[in-house]
Ligand binder design. Structure first.
Ligand code: ADP
Ligand code: MG
Length: 269
């Protein structure tokens, strides 16, 4: 797919975007309020904020799963008009076809893209190997652990080779050990085949460990509260034990804490 370079040099431009949900019954919810953000090509950015602050909403708007009614979102200089193979998405709850094997799940997107059969098989196997699911090609999702399901979902998304990877708390449902393993592997994959990654999380440690910049969002309605360069050397396997890393986690946790407290107070009220 041709990419037209845009003057700002940003691959994703989110320009004064607001979003209101209007459920058929019940109250309107202002989920996002005047969000502006630019993401560079091949940048790894984390969206961090308490539950309900609109992280998923923003990701779905960039993904084109819902129309942007207020403000504008440009990808490679063009307004987002719907989902496209340039943007792959990974959800928290795997979203695999339960009746398809791992291989068939990974092949699915390639078939839809019209990739020729031999190439399809080759690519599917390469990504299954890359995420460490070699030997599980013929398993059904129900036969896999949570971590393995998420590996399969990631392989399926990577196989279509999107320039942009949108990840919505992809490791949120995993146990701590598996999560840590998956984080390290995601960084390895990102270094091997650089992509623009927008990674949603409510975990400060995860955000600092993965991202070059962390966007801290305020409690509902979601606004951009701060954008912080992590300055972390993501190639250093021991980085999470280093002083600068821990200081950065502290600094960002300080910003997030007020927002988390705002949510708690609202719940208590
Ligand atoms: N389909 C919907 N209808 C009405 N309200 C919604 C809908 N989806 C999300 N919301 C509300 O919008 C706000 C932001 O939701 P969401 O983007 O899922 O937040 P996050 O991903 O940060 O937890 C929340 O208050 C949520 O309850
Ligand atoms: Mg969410």
């Amino acid at each position: 797919m041709a990419t037209s370079p845009n003057p700002a040099g940003s691959q994703i431009v989110i320009d004064r975007v607001s979003h209101t949900y209007r459920p058929p019954r019940g109250r309107e919810v202002l989920a996002l309020d005047d969000i502006s953000l630019e993401v560079r090509a091949q940048e790894f950015i984390a969206l961090l904020g308490p539950s309900g602050c609109g992280k998923s909403t923003l990701l779905y708007l960039v993904g084109g799963f819902m129309p942007t009614r207020f403000g504008q979102i440009l990808v490679d200089g063009r307004p987002v008009g719907g989902p496209g193979p340039d943007r792959g998405i990974v959800f928290q709850h795997f979203a695999l076809f339960p009746w398809k094997t791992v291989r068939a799940n990974v092949l699915y997107g390639l078939e839809k893209l019209g990739v020729e059969r031999a190439e399809r098989e080759r690519r599917a196997q390469a990504y299954i190997d890359m995420v460490g699911l070699n030997g599980f090609e013929d398993s059904l999702p129900s036969q896999l652990s949570g971590g393995m399901k998420q590996r399969a979902a990631i392989a399926r998304t990577l196989a279509i080779d999107p320039e942009i990877l949108l990840m919505d708390e992809p490791f949120g449902a995993l146990d701590a050990q598996t999560r840590s393993l998956m984080q390290t592997e995601l960084l390895t994959i990102w270094r091997r085949s650089p992509k623009t990654v927008v990674f949603v999380t409510h975990d400060v440690h995860e955000a600092v460990y993965l991202a070059q910049r962390v966007v801290v969002m305020s409690a509902r309605p979601g606004r951009v509260k701060a954008i912080i360069e992590t300055g972390v050397d993501h190639a250093d396997p021991d980085v999470a034990k280093s002083r600068p890393f821990l200081d950065k986690v502290d600094e960002i946790w300080g910003l997030v804490r007020d927002e988390a407290l705002a949510v708690e107070r609202r719940r208590g009220a």
